[in-house]
Design a protein. Structure first.
Lengths: 551, 160
């Protein structure tokens, strides 16, 4: 993985000291909360319902064992013993004290971590496919690209006060595990007809109250031109993005108001000028230098083995183990979705335990996924039983990756200042309802996503079933959306109709899922059945009980 | 309000003039609207001339008269409005403007170093900023990752 040299280290250290000075001024009363806000946001610090929340950057979701240990240490020393992995591959702490934050950042810096640009109207921490460097169909590892973008965007002097936040995701191939089409800007590594590798650039995707699927704005951007192209997109956005209405300020609104051809023309005009000046070109030597950090481990020559199918181990292998590009190896998902737990939460003991597992099995790195799980990227198939046993002991062996209880969920009204409704208790009840593993496997691949407000941090627009919490005169209601997808077949879910009460929503979801099981054709996921038969049958069944009650 | 120019406290030789007010002697700053309306008279004064752009106005809208200006003032209506960063960059990098580029209005301590990087060389300090804080802001971050209008060597080139 990427290692800081003296320059990266100095950069983060100076940034920490800069923030320490701002916190001192705030604590002395020289800055009021309004004046302090932009500083703290640029360093990932939010003021939430009950306390400050610190969001620590995990660039492209990759972590080392020492970094996991540091995250455990911070949870123990400065928080209430746990952290929360987010849908942007970052980790959040919910209870830090303001006076401690500079020290937390200084401790993070010792393991090459920071909280820079995890908040604020700037280019946010860059995300990438969590199977990077291990997926069979990948063209190239997306992380070197993400690292180049990370460096370029760090304290970018021109693009740090954009109309609104700007999120970038990178994928190394056609299979989209990074929700590219829902990002402000996305980079897909592609190969052209001549066999040359370059980038397809998408722009204008997003969720929130106005969801959009991004469109292609650069069909094939040559490798050295990447940053010139990105700078062009950002300048067009900074100049033209709306600043009169916070809800219309994302680039998705501009990109879809201008339309593809006008947006393209403006970007290309900037791009040709920036490219001509030459200063932003990324030379081959620099790309190679960064790519070298992400070289895969030396895989042993191993045969593929027959994976265990029986018992608890077999269940875990079936759902949580995925095909690796190297024979004899596997990817393993560590689910952070125990039945009845809080999706994405992890305790300090578990963070330490995973670090120890990494050391004992010689794993240099682990990934945080946007689905709020962890992924061990390079597990020897023969080690799977031993890894599983360790995860069991840590309470991290829930065999539900990709199944209906593997729910993406925002913190909701239990923590978040913006939320209208609680989302965690709904996720917990749904997971409990579908806890039976045979039933989950029978239902098959399922993306259930829950947001506690219209900002859509729980990605409800992209769920096969999405749930949106709303507030109606002080009462929480939950709207259903069906048919969304964040993958390469991206779509925005359709809204079913009026919301369900807190005590109705789980039954409604269950009726919808049961109807799918009844109506599906062989091999169909819920998403496929929905696309084939449409909303009507699901709507009728979902509201059925309510109709009975009304008559 | 104190003016910082080229890193030092400086006297402001310009007088900012409202659109309707008569022109005083000496260098003045006018709006883009007034420059367009009274172009001949303003350019014919044989005095230094500055134009103040709102954050809505791109310096490209000045057109070829930019060559006749010695100062462009970029107004921050709110610190959150980051367009002046791009205007400064365009002035320096695309339009090759060599006169003074001045930041004015509601900008923050944290933005000073960024403003210098995109090409501002003078600053009307808002009430919360002192010359001491201005100096401090410039010294906080010694390294940069990306090229801008200041020609500062980037980390990639320092590595080489």
């Amino acid at each position: 993985m990427y290692r800081y040299d003296e320059f990266d280290a100095t950069f983060v250290r100076e940034r920490t000291e800069q923030f320490r000075y701002q916190v001192e001024r705030r604590l002395k009363g020289e800055l009021n909360e309004d004046q302090f806000k932009p500083f703290r946001l640029m360093n990932g610090l939010y003021l939430q319902l009950h306390a400050y929340m610190l969001r620590v950057a995990v660039p492209y979701g990759t972590l080392s064992a020492p970094q996991m240990r540091m995250l455990a240490h911070i949870a123990r020393k400065y928080d209430r013993g746990y952290g929360h992995f987010t849908t942007r591959q970052n980790i959040q702490y919910n209870w830090p004290k303001l006076k401690d934050v500079p020290d937390i950042l200084a401790e993070l810096a010792t393991v090459e971590m920071h909280a820079i640009q995890t908040s604020g109207n700037c280019i946010r921490n860059v995300t990438a496919d969590h199977f990077a460097g291990a997926a069979a169909e990948e063209i190239e590892d997306p992380r070197p690209v993400a690292e180049i973008v990370r460096q370029w965007s760090s304290l970018h002097p021109e693009f740090t006060f954009l109309p609104r936040k700007f999120k970038v995701a990178v994928s190394g191939g056609p299979q989209d595990r990074a929700a590219l089409r829902f990002h402000d800007l996305a980079i897909e590594i592609v190969k052209n007809d001549a066999g040359r590798v370059g980038y397809r650039i998408l722009v204008g995707g997003g969720m929130g109250r106005t969801p959009y699927i991004g469109y292609v704005i650069g069909d094939f951007v040559e490798k050295p031109d990447l940053l010139s192209f990105l700078e062009a997109v950002l300048r067009v956005y900074n100049e033209n993005g709306r600043r009169d209405n916070i809800y219309k300020a994302r680039i998705k609104i501009l990109a879809h108001a201008l339309g593809e051809s006008e947006m393209r023309e403006r970007v290309l005009r900037e791009f040709s000028e920036i490219k001509r000046s030459g200063t932003l070109q990324v030379p081959e030597a620099e790309r190679a230098r960064i790519a070298a950090y992400f070289a895969p481990p030396a895989f042993e020559t191993l045969p593929d083995t027959v994976l265990p199918k029986d018992g608890a181990l077999g269940q875990w292998v079936t759902s949580n183990v995925h095909k690796h590009r190297a024979p004899g190896y596997a990817l393993a998902t560590i689910s952070l979705k125990p039945i009845g737990g809080v999706p994405g939460d992890i305790s300090h003991e578990q963070l330490d335990g995973v670090a120890e597992l990494m050391d004992d099995f010689g794993y240099e790195e682990i990934r945080a996924s946007h689905e709020q799980n962890l992924v061990l990227p390079h597990v020897k198939q023969s080690d799977l039983p031993a890894v599983f046993a360790r995860l069991q002991a840590l309470g991290l062996a829930t065999p539900n990756a990709g199944l209906i209880s593997d729910i993406i969920c925002c913190p909701g009204l239990d923590y978040c200042d913006l939320a209208n409704a609680r989302s965690i208790p709904i996720a917990q009840k749904l997971a409990e309802r579908f806890a039976d593993l045979d039933r989950q496997h029978n239902i098959g691949e399922f993306k259930l996503k829950i947001s506690g407000c219209i900002n859509a941090c729980g990605h409800h627009h992209a769920g096969h079933i999405g749930i949106l919490g709303v507030d109606k005169k002080g009462v929480e209601f939950y709207q259903l959306q069906l048919g969304g997808s964040a993958a390469e077949d991206a779509s925005i879910g359709d809204i079913m109709g009026p919301g369900f009460g807190e005590h109705e929503i789980v039954d409604a979801v269950e009726r919808v899922v049961d109807l799918y099981v009844k109506l599906r054709q062989p091999g169909e996921r819920f998403l496929d059945t929905y696309r084939r038969i449409g909303m009507e049958p699901f709507k009728n069944i979902a509201y059925q009980e309510q109709l009975h009650a009304a008559h | 309000m104190p003016l910082i120019k080229d890193g030092q406290l400086a006297d402001d030789i310009y007088t900012a003039v409202d659109d309707a007010a008569p022109l005083p002697e000496g260098p003045v700053i006018v709006s883009l609207k007034r420059l367009r309306a009274e172009r001949e008279a303003l350019l014919g004064r044989n005095q230094k001339l500055g134009v103040k752009l709102t954050s809505e106005e791109s310096p490209e809208s000045i057109g070829s008269d930019l060559d006749r200006l010695s100062l462009v003032v970029l107004e921050f209506p709110k610190f959150r409005d980051g367009r002046p960063f791009s205007w400064a960059r365009i002035l320096r990098t695309r339009l090759k403007f060599e006169g003074e580029v001045r930041a004015s209005g509601d900008f923050l301590y944290d933005q000073i170093a960024f403003l210098v990087r995109v090409g501002c060389d003078s600053f009307v300090l808002p009430p919360a900023l002192t010359p001491e804080l201005f100096q401090r802001a410039l010294g906080e971050m010694s390294l940069v990752y990306q090229p801008a209008a200041d020609g500062k060597k980037i980390i990639r080139d320092l590595r080489a």
